[in-house]
Design a binder for this molecule. Structure first.
Ligand code: 7TS
Length: 411
C-alpha cells in the first residue's frame, strides 16, 4: 500500500521512480507526463522479471512455460477490466494504445457499419487520433461534425446536443482534454448519445491516468486508454468494448490467433477479445500495464485524483501570479485534470520550451496534436505543463522560476 499525502514540496512517491535518481537526472523537473509518464521501479521490475523468467508466446504452446505466460497475460487483462469497471475481461482488447484503439473502431464500426450520409459527432478539443480515423471514412461518404467549446474551454452542451440527429451513428469524445485539461461530462454526453441511438466512444488517454474510471456508470460503449501515460510501458493500451457490441463487430486486422478456423474458401473469427488481437501481442507490455494498475490501485485512484487536483490548483495559482501568462481552459482546478496549457505574452511556445529545457524543466510546446482546437482558440501553439503523482510543489516552483528566465530573455 502506497500513501499519497497532501501536496508537499516533494512527492512522497518520487523515490519509487528510478528516473529521478539516475546519474545526471537528479535535478530533472519532468512536466511532460501527458506525452508519456515515467515508470516506477515496480513496473520496470515486473517487465524485467517476466522477460527473464516467463517469456514465451501466449495462447499457443501447451508446455508449462507458455501456459504460465498465457496465465500472466490473461491476469493482466483481468486487472485492466477491474480498473475501468468492465463487466468481464473479455471486454478488454489489448492494443498498442489509444490511437490504435480508435483506429480499430473506425475500421470495424466505420468501414462495416456506416453508410453514405451517416455522421460522426466529436468535439473541437479532440486529439488528432480521435479525428483523423473518422475523417478517413469520408471516402465512404461519412461526415465528421465538431461540438464547440465555451469561453472557458468547456464543452458547449447546447451545441453538442444540436449537432446530434438521426444520421449521427457515432459520438466520440475525449474524457479529458490533453490541452485544456477539461474533464468532459461523459455520463451526460453518453446519455444524450444513447437517446439518439448513437454508439458512444470515450477517449480516455488523458483521464485514465488521473481519474477513477467506471465504464458502466458512464454509459460508455467503448473506452480507449494508453498504458504509457499511466506509468506502464509504451506500446500497450486497452480498447474496452461492451460485450454485445464487440461480438457483433468485424475484426480490423487479420492474422494468427484472431480466427477460430481458416480454410482456402474463407475463415471464421474467434470470439472477442481475441478477434481483435491479430498476431503476437505486446505480452511484456501487458504485464507492465497490469503492474502499473496494481501500483495505482495500491494508492487508490481517488487519492491520485485528489493529488492531481491539488497540483493543478497550486500550479494555476502560481502561474496566475504572473499577468503575462495566458492560461487556456477552465479556471477551476475541480473541472480539470492533468495539464495546464499557457502562453507567455509575446513569446513563441517553442522558445519557451527550449529555454525551459535548458533550465532543466521538461514541458511540451506546439499544437499538441490538437490543431482544430488551436484554430478555435486562435493561437498557433501553446506551452503545456503536465503532471503525475511524482511531481511536487518544487517542480511547479522550478517551472515558475524558469519562466522568469524566459521573460528576461524576451524582455
Ligand atoms: N487521445 C488523447 C486525448 C491524447 O492526449 C493522446 C496522446 C492520444 C489520444 C493518443 O495516445 P497514443 O498513446 O496512442 O499516442 N497525447 C499526447 C500528448 O498530449 N502529447 O503527446 C501525446
Amino acid at each position: 500500500m502506497r500513501t499519497l499525502d497532501r501536496l508537499g514540496d516533494i512527492s512522497p512517491l518520487k523515490g519509487d521512480f528510478p528516473m529521478f535518481s539516475e546519474k545526471g537526472r537528479e535535478s530533472l523537473v519532468y512536466l511532460d507526463s501527458a506525452a508519456t509518464s515515467q515508470k516506477p521501479a515496480f513496473v520496470i521490475n515486473a517487465v524485467d522479471e517476466f522477460e527473464r523468467r516467463c517469456n514465451a508466446n501466449v495462447h499457443r504452446g501447451i508446455y508449462p512455460l507458455s501456459e504460465e505466460a498465457t496465465e500472466r497475460y490473461e491476469e493482466a487483462r483481468g486487472k485492466a477490466a477491474r480498473f475501468i469497471g468492465a463487466r468481464s475481461p473479455s471486454e478488454i482488447v489489448f492494443l498498442r494504445g489509444s490511437t490504435e484503439a480508435l483506429n480499430v473502431l473506425a475500421l470495424s464500426l466505420g468501414t462495416w457499419k456506416l453508410k453514405r450520409g451517416d455522421e460522426v459527432l466529436t468535439t473541437v478539443m479532440e486529439h488528432h487520433s480521435n479525428i483523423v480515423p473518422w475523417q478517413m471514412l469520408s471516402r465512404k461518404g461519412v461526415t465528421v461534425k465538431f461540438a464547440d467549446i465555451d469561453e472557458w474551454g468547456r464543452i458547449d452542451m447546447g451545441d453538442f446536443e444540436s449537432k446530434i440527429n438521426e444520421r449521427t451513428k457515432i459520438v466520440t469524445v475525449a474524457h479529458a482534454s490533453n490541452v485544456l485539461g477539461t474533464v468532459n461530462p461523459i455520463r451526460e454526453m453518453g446519455r444524450i448519445a444513447h437517446e439518439h441511438s448513437s454508439i458512444f466512444i470515450v477517449d480516455g488517454a488523458q483521464s485514465a491516468p488521473h481519474i477513477p474510471v467506471d465504464v458502466k456508470a458512464s454509459e460508455c460503449d467503448f473506452f480507449a486508454l494508453s498504458g504509457h501515460k499511466m506509468l506502464a510501458p509504451t506500446g500497450i493500451g486497452v480498447l474496452y468494448g461492451r460485450s454485445e457490441l464487440l461480438s457483433g463487430m468485424e475484426p480490423a486486422f487479420g492474422g494468427g490467433e484472431m480466427i477460430s478456423e481458416v480454410h482456402q474458401h474463407g475463415s471464421k473469427w474467434a470470439e472477442p477479445p481475441y478477434r481483435f488481437e491479430a498476431g503476437t501481442p505486446n505480452i511484456s507490455g501487458a504485464i507492465g500495464l497490469g503492474a502499473a494498475i496494481d501500483y495505482l490501485s495500491s494508492i487508490g485512484m481517488d487519492n491520485v485524483e485528489r493529488y492531481d487536483r491539488e497540483i493543478i490548483a497550486y500550479a494555476m495559482n502560481r502561474l496566475m501570479e504572473n499577468e503575462d501568462i495566458e492560461i487556456y481552459g477552465p479556471k477551476d482546478a475541480e473541472e480539470r485534470s492533468g495539464v495546464i496549457s499557457f502562453n507567455l505574452k509575446g513569446v513563441h511556445g517553442h522558445d519557451t520550451a527550449e529555454i525551459l529545457g535548458r533550465e532543466g524543466v521538461a514541458i511540451r510546446s506546439g499544437h499538441h496534436c490538437a490543431q482544430p482546437l488551436m484554430d478555435r482558440l486562435g493561437i498557433p501553439s501553446a506551452s503545456r505543463a503536465s503532471f503525475q503523482i511524482y511531481n511536487g510543489k518544487q517542480d511547479i516552483d522550478a517551472l515558475v522560476r524558469a519562466l522568469g528566465v524566459v521573460r528576461k530573455v524576451f524582455a
